[in-house]
Design a protein around this ligand. Structure first.
Ligand SMILES: Cc1cc2nc3c(=O)[nH]c(=O)nc-3n(C[C@H](O)[C@H](O)[C@H](O)COP(=O)(O)O)c2cc1C
Length: 182
């Protein structure tokens, strides 16, 4: 699949078929995360693959009822919970290298995009979920204190094809040489 086609065609999928996905596809998605770039190749990401229906339900319950991705967590055969090891990305000998502190959110964000694009290229759906009770999810999964849950996504065959929300025009976010003066 052409890269631009994957970037433009990938949609957040919030309705899934319950059919299992091939193990080979899951491994390809994991491999796409493995090859993500990261701060000084620190690779702070870790992931928990959840297939157990009770555990998926418990994780779904960490989402507020207003979150439109809630049912997708139950419908899809797999949920991937993306975690990060704290104090690694953006750090050297325990010292933060920039005013940004921990670059964990950045590196796991890239990893999640690789995951979603690979899934899409294999005909699988994803939806990045950030709005949930992270502490509760960490308890459910037994995440150690030096790690944190960042985001999760269902993974499965889409039951619907999503429509693309409108994007900003290029002129609204690209500036040349300097920011325009107000
Ligand atoms: C960091 C992040 C957090 C998100 N959290 C949620 C969420 O909690 N629930 C949800 O339904 N969608 C969530 N989304 C999906 C966005 O709503 C979606 O990517 C955006 O509307 C663009 O649609 P598209 O992915 O189909 O292009 C999240 C996306 C990102 C990048």
């Amino acid at each position: 699949m052409d890269l631009m086609e994957a970037i433009r065609g990938r949609r957040s999928i919030r309705k899934y078929r319950s059919d299992p996905i091939p193990e080979e596809a899951l491994q390809k998605v994991i491999e796409a995360v493995r090859w993500s770039p990261s701060w000084a190749n620190t690779q702070c990401w870790e992931m928990v693959i959840v297939k157990d229906p009770d555990k998926k339900s418990a994780l779904a319950n960490t989402l507020p009822s207003t979150n439109p991705a809630r049912m997708a967590m139950i419908e899809a055969p797999v949920v991937i919970v993306l975690c990060g090891k704290k104090g690694v990305s953006g750090f050297k000998k325990g010292e933060a290298m920039t005013i940004k502190g921990d670059w964990l959110m950045f590196d796991t964000g890239i990893a999640m995009q690789n995951l979603c694009l690979m899934a899409y290229s294999l005909g699988l759906g994803t939806v990045i979920i950030g709005l949930f009770d992270h502490k509760k999810a960490e308890e459910i999964l037994g995440v150690p204190g030096d790690r944190e849950v960042v985001a999760m996504t269902p993974l499965g065959y889409p039951a619907v094809s999503g429509t693309a929300p409108k994007r900003k025009e290029v002129s609204e976010f690209v500036f040349y040489e300097t920011y325009p003066s107000k």
